[in-house]
Design a protein around this ligand. Structure first.
Ligand code: ZN
Length: 185
């Protein structure tokens, strides 16, 4: 067994520095995915989504920087890619990479961005629920909440987009309810 590998994934749940090292990796990974999605939208001249996705990338970048700052007097374990122990043996990056391509529609891009945020939220929630260490629980809980807010922002955007592209659905209903056509006299 490689001595550099932390004995098993349980250290993710009980060693604060192992948890934070994974968090930094996850945020950096998420930032890269968001930048790629943002670029895809720029290619499609969709500058509104380019901005939204770039903003989400910057949240991840600043979160990674905040975590590093939090650790300033401590040294984070410096894992090689294969030394991380992601829950279910699944690095967040593997899941999305194949989905990023330049034929992506705005809806695809948002859907993929949503999955990035939901996956980050799930990671933190899993740690928050699984850890017995109160400090890790608090950090992971706060991180999960932040990711949940990002996911909500994207999901609102997706809803708005669907409403706009299918005016026959929600808007028509609203018109039926609130703005009935004039009846002949
Ligand atoms: Zn996020």
């Amino acid at each position: 067994m490689n001595a550099n590998v932390y004995e098993n994934s349980s250290s993710l749940y009980n060693d604060k520095w192992v948890f934070l090292a994974h968090s930094v990796a996850l945020e950096q990974e998420a930032a890269e995915r968001m930048h790629e999605l943002a670029e895809t939208m720029a290619v499609h001249n969709n500058y509104e989504l380019h901005e939204l996705l770039t903003a989400l990338a910057r949240y991840s970048e600043s979160h990674a920087a905040d975590i590093k700052a939090l650790c300033k007097d401590e040294t984070l374990p410096n894992f090689k890619a294969w030394e991380y122990s992601w829950p279910n043996d699944e690095s967040p990056e593997i899941f999305y990479y194949a989905k990023v391509h330049y034929l992506m529609t705005a809806e695809d891009a948002l859907q993929t961005a949503l999955e990035v945020e939901l996956s980050a939220e799930a990671f933190y929630k899993d740690i928050a629920l699984g850890t017995a260490n109160p400090e890790i629980k608090e950090l992971a809980g706060a991180f999960a909440k932040e990711e949940q807010e990002h996911a909500q922002a994207i999901s609102d955007q997706l809803k708005a987009m669907k409403t706009a592209s299918y005016p026959g659905s929600l808007k028509a209903l609203d018109q039926t309810d609130f703005d009935p056509p004039h009846m002949p006299e």
